[in-house]
Design a protein around this ligand. Structure first.
Ligand code: CA
Ligand code: CA
Length: 504
């Protein structure tokens, strides 16, 4: 019986344990289920939050896009004057087809003001108020001024530059005192734009008791002290030019700084040389040149200028040196100060001719003017000599292939060398019926010289006759004896006597 109760107790304890275990398991399962439910709810709430935030963001973006689409243009804009602006500067977005309409007020970016603008973009038109304002003061550069006793000056004399997008007015901040002569005074200069912005700069004025600037034309003589003072009488010990004026080039346009003593005090002064006179053509003659020869453009003009220096340009663009004809040639001389003058001459390009008949008819026409039948042979030879001396100029060049060609060329060009002079003399003497002969000293390349022998039938026989005109033949060798000729012979007349008949 006792054992049965013990067994029964064991069984009961086991039941209690089992029951407790079963109860514990159920509790854990319930807890797990609860946790799972809570997790599901938390995840759901997160998803809902993300969804709502996304929706809100999307809505915000839609609103922004809508605003930009409906209002793509700034309703008002401000711009500093001088800023370049196009329709793009008034758009929130880049719209390639946006443009100002005809209703827009025209605006100049340099002119301050308020402008009503209309901008069209697609089907829509927008309004924008543009304010152009000037808040930038003018840029002002001033200079110090020295003024002589006869100079006038005003506020603009002190201004090197005054720049602003709008009009600038310049005025004194502190005005000069005209009674302060001989000492420097400080002024202030004000520059104001139309918007009222101002800039102030200091400048110095030095009023002199003398004439500060003496103006001269290039080539003028040096001035003396009286050019710098207004006093009629001066004490030359106290008032004089200090600087050495011989160091100044009075031909060149330039401002030269000098120093002048006036009543014992030294002052600065200037000698201002200007060149206002254009170069002058003292010779400009039409001339002939022959096919195949180089054209001597420069020998037919001479130019002078008061400055002593000039540049000569020759326009030969209308000349065809390979075709006979007459062509204009323009010479333009320009001095260093830019004064210039021009002349036009005619260049004749001709074929060189050795036509003797043509030469004789040309020579006959000249002789008809200078000799007549009442003249003696000597008088005729002298008339021909004078004509040749007066009519041709010497250049160190000629074609010496034959005298006819040389004489024709001399008549065409008006110039030639000793061979040309000999040739024209030969043609004229011959056509005048005067007996003549060629003579030369020939020792190339050292020296050669050509002249004529003439017999005027006065019983003397041959005379020397040299019409050539240049610095080496300064004499008038007209019907000279050999003794006369040898007195001036420096070598050019050293002919070989054995080649010629006796020349008394
Ligand atoms: Ca301004
Ligand atoms: Ca000049």
């Amino acid at each position: 019986m006792k054992r049965d109760r013990s067994i029964q107790k064991k069984i009961d304890r086991q039941k209690v344990v089992n029951y407790m275990r079963a109860n514990d398991l159920a509790a854990k399962e319930r807890e797990a289920a609860l946790h799972e439910r809570q997790e599901r709810r938390r995840k759901k709430r997160s998803r809902q939050l993300i969804f709502r935030l996304s929706m809100a963001l999307l809505a915000l973006l839609l609103v922004i896009v809508a605003i930009l689409l409906i209002f793509p243009v700034y309703s008002s804009a401000r711009m500093e004057a001088g800023t370049k602006a196009t329709v793009k500067d008034f758009l929130r977005f880049h719209f390639p087809n946006a443009a100002f309409t005809k209703d827009s007020e025209k605006f100049d970016p340099d002119v301050p003001g308020i402008y009503q603008l209309q901008i069209k973009n697609g089907l829509f038109q927008y309004h924008c108020k543009l304010t152009i304002e000037d808040t930038t003061p003018p840029e002002l550069e001033v200079k110090d001024l020295i003024a002589g006793i006869t100079d006038s000056y005003e506020v603009s004399s002190f201004v090197e530059s005054a720049e602003d997008l709008t009009d600038v007015t310049v005025d004194y901040g502190k005005a000069p005192d005209a009674s302060l002569i001989g000492e420097k005074q400080e002024l202030s200069i004000l520059a104001s734009d139309t918007a009222g912005n101002t800039t102030e700069k200091k400048a110095t004025l030095f009023l002199l008791p003398i004439i500060y600037r003496v103006n001269l034309e290039a080539g003028a003589a040096a001035p003396d002290i009286h050019s710098f003072v207004t006093d009629e009488e001066i004490n030359e010990e106290e008032t004089y030019i200090v600087s050495d004026l011989s160091a100044i080039d009075f031909n060149t346009a330039r401002e030269n700084d000098i120093e002048v003593m006036y009543q014992g005090t030294a002052y600065p002064a200037k000698i201002c040389i200007a060149d206002t006179q254009a170069p002058v053509f003292t010779l400009s003659e039409s001339f002939t040149s022959f096919l195949g020869e180089s054209i001597r453009y420069k020998t037919h003009v001479t130019v002078t200028d008061n400055s002593g220096a000039y540049d000569l340009k020759i326009d030969t663009s209308k000349v065809n040196p390979d075709a006979e004809g007459s062509y204009p040639v323009v010479y333009t001389a320009t001095d260093e100060s830019g004064n210039s003058s021009s002349v036009e001459i005619t260049l004749t390009v001709a074929k060189k001719t050795a036509d003797e008949e043509a030469l004789f008819s040309r020579v006959d026409a000249i002789l008809a003017e200078i000799i007549n039948d009442n003249m003696t042979q000597r008088e005729k030879a002298e008339a021909i000599f004078r004509y040749i001396k007066d009519s041709f100029i010497f250049v160190n060049d000629s074609d010496k292939s034959n005298y006819v060609l040389a004489a024709n060329t001399m008549l065409d060009l008006g110039q030639g060398d000793c061979y040309s002079y000999y040739a024209i003399a030969k043609a004229m003497l011959t056509r005048a019926g005067i007996k003549n002969m060629d003579i030369c000293y020939y020792n190339r390349p050292i020296r050669e010289h050509y002249w004529n022998l003439v017999d005027v039938e006065d019983g003397h026989g041959w005379y020397h006759y040299d019409t050539c005109s240049n610095e080496y033949v300064p004499e008038r060798v007209c019907l000279w004896t050999t003794a006369q000729l040898m007195e001036v012979n420096d070598g050019r007349y050293s002919y070989d006597p054995s080649q010629y008949p006796p020349i008394p």
